[in-house]
Design a protein around this ligand. Structure first.
Ligand code: P6P
Length: 360
């Protein structure tokens, strides 16, 4: 097929996906998966916007595999993602921050893609109506992930598949290094609801126009500024930072106060929302650096490689920025387990390189 140009500003996400498929940049199955993700994000946006009046704030009463108190909307967002991905018929396995182990989509509906996601990142901010978001990554299929049990009936098959696949054959992660991502993105629920994604050919942003219920392209081929004077770390953790990086990070923070790369230039501004999607989105548009280093409690940091750091790094790199563990590229890290954490520094290329020079 001729490589037609992508759809332009003002086009809807549906039109853009169609043009990407016609242009050969997205295959039909992936287009269906991404369309399902966009549907999930619209549903979650609606629930987040109304949470205080719908009684959706507060805790669900359970603790997830991360040991974090689940918010009511964590559970709702996870169910929405799982449902739309299962019924898309194009997903073999889904891995969620809210699921202890990867969930197999039973064979009748199973497709070829592995989708990983954090259904509602930053949900601790919900009760204060601060930005939150859903983060997702789509990997090519791993044939081991699609179970092939004889179907007695759907319910039994579903039960058995999920039990067996997740216990007997956990998600084969070797192929799920960031480099293998076919698509990655997030939806930010903030003053605007914005779907931001890449399929490996630049970063596009779509703003939800509630009057028509469609995501409309508002930014195309986004490029992150090469430099940026915004530094986004939780300084409250500074004291507890892991010994391995502690000295280097302290010298780095002192150096930024003296103007950073420019030395004796304007000092940096600190901006920290405590919600990765909000801090990342601002960094992507304004430049700067977001970081979550290791600390005494979590030597490898708090953020999860598979469904937070790798997808965000893919987007950053596609926009000309960098995603680093402090000593290497996030996209090169081979996961060893689904909820693995890594120290994470992401943003303007020059700012991330400068930080790495203190950690070398
Ligand atoms: P802290 C939210 O819980 C999250 O996973 C990210 O969205 C956010 O950047 C980070 O944790 C905030 O963690 O320790 O600074 O409150």
């Amino acid at each position: 097929r001729a490589r037609t140009a992508p759809a332009g500003l003002g086009s809807t996400f549906t039109t853009w996906l169609l043009k990407e498929e016609i242009g050969g940049r997205v295959d039909g199955e992936l287009a269906i998966v991404l369309s399902s993700v966009a549907l999930a994000c619209k549903q979650i946006a609606s629930r987040v916007q109304r949470a205080p009046v719908a009684g959706d704030t507060g805790l669900a009463g359970d603790v997830n595999v991360q040991g974090e108190d689940q918010k009511k909307l964590d559970v709702v967002a996870n169910e929405i993602f799982c449902d739309v991905l299962r019924t898309s018929g194009r997903t073999g396995v889904i891995a969620s921050e809210e699921e202890d182990v990867p969930v197999a989509v039973e064979e009748t509906y199973a497709g070829n893609y592995v989708v990983v996601f954090d259904p509602l990142d930053g949900s601790s901010n919900l009760d204060a109506a601060v930005s939150t978001g859903s983060i997702f990554g789509v990997y090519d299929s791993d044939e081991q992930c699609v179970p092939d049990f004889d179907a007695e009936d759907d319910a039994a098959v579903e039960e058995k598949c999920i039990a067996n696949v997740c216990q007997a054959r956990p998600l084969h992660l070797h192929s799920h290094r960031g480099n293998n991502l076919q698509a990655a993105g997030y939806c930010m629920y903030s003053s605007s609801t914005m779907l931001v994604l890449t399929v490996g050919d630049g970063v596009y942003m779509f703003t939800l126009d509630a009057s028509i219920g469609e995501f409309v392209m508002s930014h195309e081929r986004v490029r992150i500024p090469e430099r940026g004077r915004i530094y986004s770390f939780n300084e409250g953790n500074a004291k507890a930072r892991s010994i391995s990086h502690c000295e280097g990070l302290k010298r780095y923070a002192d150096d930024l106060r003296a103007g950073g790369i420019d030395q004796n230039g304007k000092p940096y501004s600190a901006r920290y929302i405590g919600s990765l999607v909000g801090d990342f989105h601002r960094t992507l548009l304004y430049g700067g650096i977001y970081g979550y280093p290791g600390d005494a409690k979590n030597p490898n940091g708090k953020l999860r490689l598979l469904y937070e750091c790798a997808p965000m790094s893919f987007i950053a790199e596609q926009a000309g920025g960098m995603g680093s563990t402090g000593t290497g590229r996030v996209m090169d890290v081979e996961p060893s387990e689904v909820h693995q954490r890594v120290p994470f520094y992401v943003g303007s290329a020059k700012e991330v390189q400068y930080l790495e020079s203190f950690l070398a």
